[in-house]
Structures are given as structure tokens and as C-alpha cells.
Design a protein around this ligand. Structure first.
Ligand SMILES: Nc1ncnc2c1ncn2[C@@H]1O[C@H](COP(=O)(O)OP(=O)(O)OP(=O)(O)O)[C@@H](O)[C@H]1O
Ligand SMILES: [Mg+2]
Length: 492
């Protein structure tokens, strides 16, 4: 790409990337091949080191930004100049901005190329037209495999023969979305824990990736895998997911229309929305990433709109994956509710249509009435599910799941009878009931009995009683706009 820019004769290029080394490698390569011979020298400049040629030659007196620009303007002959972190001088000084425009003239058609790299995009208006802006995306699968091949050769130092190709691809897929430096770091840490470089390294590698991804603060890698079997009831949703899984795995051969894009799950708090999303990821056998809307609006990551766009773009590089927007209504409300949120919403709608194929978006919402109508309209999400309070059979299912999970055999319990006391309960309340009853039984030093469960149940005041109005409001609203996640009596 950079080579193409050079060939088109653009003398100044601004590359946004944090990967200076990777760019330096690309430039060295371009320098070797740009003109037939001799190779074009590559100079690198940074505020701390001044200007330095690849063979180590330094140029005294080029410490300041102004001096280096003068040097380039005066330089005779073909050369590539790599200016690192040059956004700072650009921001601070009008003189530098002026000089950069002079430089443009002096480099034009003289085989002199200037490449500015910076992790941020800062391009003052007056020089915008003099330069070409590029964004260096993280390495793709092929580049990662190549990189891993080199890395592992070094790590193994020729022992055990060459690394297994299938394993390299597996690693590369796991590391997708990271920069090369990050990938190297993750790889070395994983190898330190387990030097064999086999599939058994994978969990350590994923753990390193999780730590690296979470550092950004906006996207969180969710490692808490839950199977579909841990979700009680919601058969409608489960059936739909199993069908989608099949389609999702065929994604490379599907037309755009039937390619699964995502799902919106709304419903009553504590009835298994978050749980279902985790189950989607394990059902699709994909990693799950959560975008924290509250972080995005915190201001800690710059303007919310920029942070949101950045997060979405970053996720495309991690595809295939499930991307979870939790409490999406916190960030995306009607377009008329103000500039920033309106723009985020507009971006989201567009992005949902054109995003990378391997990305499945799963969004959850409680206050569905806050969501704009366009969000729910077909086409953005493949389906909108409503998770209601569990029905009687579903409650029994949920009791069984939570009892089994805690090592209690539910076979001897009359759960049917128990549900007389659990009218209007959420899944979270059922779980709470199991935990409380178990705690009491353990304190009294005996096995859990049905009576323990009943004793807790009669005392519990469910959310659906204290929040009766809100819940009927949510229900009334959802009945017209969503499919029930459980095949209940009031299905659409
Ligand atoms: N259908 C269910 N099957 C099994 N467990 C459930 C179910 N629904 C809820 N639970 C239990 O309740 C806990 C809370 O549920 P979850 O976090 O999925 O609710 P939510 O709908 O996301 O609620 P919130 O709106 O508060 O985020 C789950 O971790 C799970 O243990
Ligand atoms: Mg939740």
C-alpha cells in the first residue's frame, strides 16, 4: 500500500499506527525495491534520537523538528524519511506546519518521500491537502502465520523440527486483532509457561490476548463460557440459535441476505439475557467480546463517537467473533436526543449492514422503549427476542440447572410442587433461592431438602411484584415488537 502511494508520486504520507517497527520494516523493503538500483536509503527521525540512517549514520543537529525539515528540503537524491510521532510538532507549531508545506514542494517529483507515523490522527487543516492519510490495520491472518512461523523457529531453535502448520493457523486465528508487537508478547508469555508449542499452548495464548484486549478499557474479552445447556427454558431462542450456527459456519458461501448478522435480546432483568449471550458464543464456538457503553461515554477514551467507531473497527479485525453490546439503550437512543448519540446511532445502523462477515452482533437491552424504532426494524438484526419471566416448566428447568451445578441431585425433589411458591420469579431469583437454601442446609450440617427450598421461597418477594408496573409496561411494549424467546402461550 505504501509502495503504491510512493509510485503515485505523493511525497508526504501520514500513517496512523502504533506499530513503528512494522512500518520501519515495510519502508526498508520498499526502499530496497523502489528504484531498480541502488537501494533508496531510509532515514528515521524521532524527538529523542534525531535523524539516523538505517546503516547507523546519524546527522548531527537534527534533533528539532524544524531542523529535520530543513535537512530534508536540502537533501539531494532519492530517500525515504520516516518521522515518528511527528503529530506533536505539528500540533504545537505553526512554523512547522508552514515548513511542511515547503517540504511538499521540494520533494515533489524528486524521489524524496516523507512518512509521518503516529498512533493518533492529527492533521491540521492547512496541510490536509498536502498529504495522504493511511491507516495501518493490524496484520491479517497470512501475515500473522508468517510472523508466527519466524517467531516459533527462533523459540524452538531448530529443536523438534519445523512447527506444525495447523497449529500455527490456530494460533494466528487466536491472535487476530492484535498488533505484531502484542502478538509477539502474547506468544512469548505463552511459550514461557509451556515451551512445547502445541495446541496445549492455546489457553495460555488466549489468556494473554484477554489481558491485552482488556487493557483498552472499552472492549472486554469475556472468558466466562456458558453452554446452551446451562440456559433453562427459552427453547425458541435456542432453536433459532442452532439454525443460525449452521448458517454462520457456512458464511463464506452464503449470500449477504441470509448471512447471520446479529440478534437483539430484550427483556425483564434477571431472566437470562446476559447468560444467553455467553451461550451464543460457546454455541458458535467463537470468542466473546463485550463493548462497555458506559466506558465509551465516560470520556476516558476521547469523544464517545470516536471511541465507539474505533471499538467497532477494532472488532472487525478480531472476526470471527461474537460482539456483545450490553445495555445498548444506554448509548443508542433516538437520533433526536442530541448530536453525539444521534451520530453514534447513525453509524451503528450503517455499520451493522456493512461490517465484516465473521462478526455476529448480540445486543441486550432492558429499557427497550428507549431504543429507536429503526433499531428494531428487520434488517439490522436478524431477530429481536423478548425474554419474559420463565413459565412453570422453564422454572423447573432452571431449578434443575442450578441444583445440578452445585452438586445436588434434583431427581428426588418435587419441583412441580415448589413452583406453587415461585409465581412470577425470575431466573436470577431461582438461583438466589437455591443458594440461600443450600447455605442454610450447610450451616445446619445436613443435606439440602425440598423443605429448605420452600422455606426460602415463601419469604422471597419477587421483583415482578415490587416492579409490577414496569414489567407490564415492558411486556406490553415487547409483545408487538419482538418474538418470545420461549414458546409460551402468548407467542407471536
Ligand atoms: N433461563 C435461565 N436459566 C438458567 N439460569 C438463569 C436463567 N435466567 C437467569 N438465570 C440466572 O440468573 C443470573 C442472572 O441472569 P442474567 O445476568 O443473564 O440476567 P439478565 O437478563 O442479563 O439481567 P440484567 O438485565 O440484570 O442484566 C444468571 O447468571 C443465571 O445464573
Ligand atoms: Mg445482563
Amino acid at each position: 500500500m505504501i509502495r503504491e502511494v510512493f509510485e503515485s508520486g505523493r511525497p508526504i504520507t501520514y500513517v496512523r499506527s502504533a506499530e513503528e517497527q512494522r512500518i520501519a520494516r515495510v519502508l526498508a523493503e520498499v526502499g530496497m525495491r523502489l528504484l531498480a538500483s541502488p537501494p533508496v536509503p531510509v532515514w528515521t527521525w524521532s524527538l529523542t534520537e534525531g535523524l539516523r540512517r538505517e546503516d547507523g549514520l546519524t546527522e548531527a543537529g537534527t534533533q528539532t523538528a524544524r531542523r529535520v525539515l530543513d535537512f530534508i528540503i536540502a537533501h539531494k537524491g532519492a530517500a525515504i524519511f520516516h518521522l515518528q510521532d511527528f503529530h506533536e510538532p505539528l500540533r504545537e507549531s505553526a512554523e512547522i506546519r508552514r515548513r511542511l508545506r515547503d517540504l511538499y514542494e521540494s520533494c515533489l517529483d524528486r524521489q524524496k518521500f516523507v512518512v509521518i507515523t503516529s498512533p493518533v490522527r492529527f492533521i491540521p487543516e492547512e496541510i490536509e491537502r498536502s498529504l495522504m492519510f493511511l491507516e495501518l490495520r493490524p496484520p491479517d491472518l497470512i501475515e500473522l502465520v508468517e510472523f508466527l512461523r519466524d517467531e516459533s523457529r527462533q523459540a524452538l531453535r531448530g529443536e523438534n523440527g519445523p512447527p506444525d502448520e495447523a497449529v500455527l493457523y490456530q494460533f494466528a486465528r487466536a491472535l487476530q486483532g492484535l498488533t505484531l508487537d502484542e502478538a509477539r508478547y502474547a506468544m512469548r508469555r505463552a511459550l514461557a509457561a509451556n515451551p512445547s508449542l502445541g495446541p496445549e499452548c492455546l489457553p495460555a495464548l488466549l489468556e494473554e490476548k484477554r489481558a491485552l484486549v482488556n487493557r483498552s478499557g472499552v472492549i472486554e474479552y469475556v472468558a466466562d463460557g456458558r453452554g446452551l445447556g446451562e440456559v433453562g427454558g427459552l427453547e425458541g431462542l435456542k432453536k433459532w440459535l442452532l439454525e443460525r450456527r449452521k448458517l454462520f459456519h457456512l458464511r463464506d458461501s452464503l449470500t449477504e441476505e441470509i448471512m447471520p448478522k446479529g440478534v437483539l435480546i430484550m427483556g425483564i432483568p434477571g431472566c437470562g439475557k446476559s447468560l444467553s449471550i455467553k451461550a451464543i458464543a460457546s454455541c458458535f464456538q467463537l470468542p466473546l467480546y463485550r463493548v462497555d457503553m458506559i466506558e465509551i461515554f465516560s470520556g476516558r477514551h476521547g469523544k464517545p463517537e470516536g471511541a465507539f467507531v474505533e471499538a467497532c473497527r477494532k472488532m472487525e479485525e478480531m472476526a470471527p467473533a461474537v460482539l456483545w453490546f450490553d445495555e445498548i439503550e444506554m448509548g443508542i437512543t433516538s437520533a433526536d436526543s442530541g448530536g453525539e448519540q444521534g451520530r453514534i446511532f447513525a453509524f451503528f445502523l450503517m455499520w451493522m449492514q456493512e461490517k465484516a462477515r465473521g462478526l455476529f452482533v448480540a445486543a441486550t437491552a432492558n429499557r427497550i422503549d428507549l431504543l429507536p424504532a429503526e433499531m428494531i426494524r428487520k434488517g439490522r438484526f436478524d431477530e429481536v427476542f423478548f425474554v419474559d419471566l420463565p413459565l412453570k416448566d422453564e422454572q423447573i428447568d432452571i431449578f434443575k440447572i442450578h441444583l445440578n451445578r452445585r452438586g445436588v441431585d434434583a431427581a428426588g425433589f418435587d419441583l412441580e410442587q415448589l413452583t406453587q411458591f415461585t409465581n412470577g420469579w425470575t431466573g436470577a431469583e431461582i438461583e438466589q433461592c437455591v443458594i440461600s437454601a443450600l447455605t442454610q442446609a450447610r450451616l445446619a450440617n445436613r443435606e439440602l431438602s425440598e423443605q429448605d427450598l420452600i422455606r426460602v421461597a415463601v419469604k422471597l418477594v419477587p421483583l415482578s411484584r415490587t416492579m409490577k408496573e414496569q414489567i407490564s409496561h415492558i411486556r406490553a411494549w415487547a409483545f408487538e415488537r419482538a418474538v418470545r424467546a420461549s414458546p409460551g402461550p402468548a407467542g407471536r
